[in-house]
Design a protein around this ligand. Structure first.
Ligand SMILES: C[S@@+](CC[C@H](N)C(=O)[O-])C[C@H]1O[C@@H](n2cnc3c(N)ncnc32)[C@H](O)[C@@H]1O
Length: 264
């Protein structure tokens, strides 16, 4: 049994990343379906160095405790969450442009986090932090309700095969969870270059009580002119991909609508 026990521990530890490597996931935890696959080993020396040198300044460990975001950023300011930040281009560009806002970037891949914090350090930014973990667990455990002014999910993995659709990040559960985390008058912005995913996002977000499609029910939004063009989007556009944007706001009576949904 000890050998099997060890193997299980390693298996579950690999599935839930922690940049510092300090986190150990319980070996008896049920294994949820994840919206990503970790590819260990793909990290450059520069990214690894940045993680080592600047994690203390920019990184937040995943934990079971709610964060005090005013303490994390050392001030009170509008809070923007980017989910699946990739190499961090969006959060970096916006954090540079808007020193009045605070940006929290979430990404499971250490390479992307390393790249982001290397850029943040060289630009001497103080308004950006990162967490290297699954966003679903971060939202459940660490992000206080009604604490976010904006949330961005740009180009989530499309998981195009039908048997993989269950892995798609945007689901009624995730969007309902986000509704609890957004402040009143907050905004949720999404973009994708995958038509089938665009239709799925529209279906999901238009059906969650409490969310209002700012482009009108059943409609895509115009491209937000402030949304930085990432390499990922550029590559897609060169290949002729169309891009679909989404903009949602919270209904004034979101709490009541969500509570009614829970009772049904
Ligand atoms: C296709 S990439 C897009 C990256 C970036 N947003 C861009 O536009 O360039 C999607 C990213 O979402 C991340 N991701 C997927 N599921 C995630 C999750 N549950 N928690 C955190 N990040 C996730 C992936 O690791 C990947 O880097």
């Amino acid at each position: 049994m000890p050998v099997l026990r060890h193997r299980l521990t390693v298996f579950f530890s690999l599935k839930a990343p922690s940049c510092s490597g300090l986190q150990v996931v319980g070996e008896h935890a049920p294994y949820p379906i994840r919206s990503y696959v970790l590819r260990p080993g793909r990290i450059t020396a520069g990214q690894a160095q940045a993680l080592e040198k600047y994690w203390g300044k920019y990184g937040i460990e995943f934990s079971q405790d709610l964060l005090d975001l005013d303490l994390v950023f050392n001030r009170s300011a509008p809070r923007i969450l980017e989910i699946g930040a990739g190499m961090g281009e969006v959060s970096m560009a916006l954090a540079k442009k808007h020193p009045e806002n605070d940006y929290l970037a979430i990404e499971v891949h250490r390479a992307g986090i390393g790249s982001l914090i290397r850029q943040a350090a060289s630009a001497e930014l103080g308004n950006i932090r990162v967490i290297c973990h699954d966003v679903v667990e971060i939202l459940k455990q660490q992000i206080p309700d009604r604490s976010l002014d904006e949330v961005y999910i740009f180009f989530p993995d499309p998981w195009p095969k039908k048997r993989h659709h269950k892995r798609r990040l945007i689901s009624p559960e995730l969007v309902t969870l986000l509704c609890r985390k957004l402040k009143c008058h907050a905004r949720l912005f999404i973009a994708t270059d995958w038509q089938d995913l665009a239709e799925h996002v529209l279906d999901v977000c238009d059906s969650v009580p409490g969310l209002i499609n700012l482009a009108g029910q059943g409609h895509y939004a115009p491209r937000a002119n402030w949304r930085p063009l990432t390499k990922f989007e550029q590559r897609g556009r060169k290949l002729g991909h169309q891009v679909w944007d989404f903009a949602y706001g919270l209904a004034p009576d979101t709490d009541r609508l969500l509570a009614a949904q829970t009772r049904e």
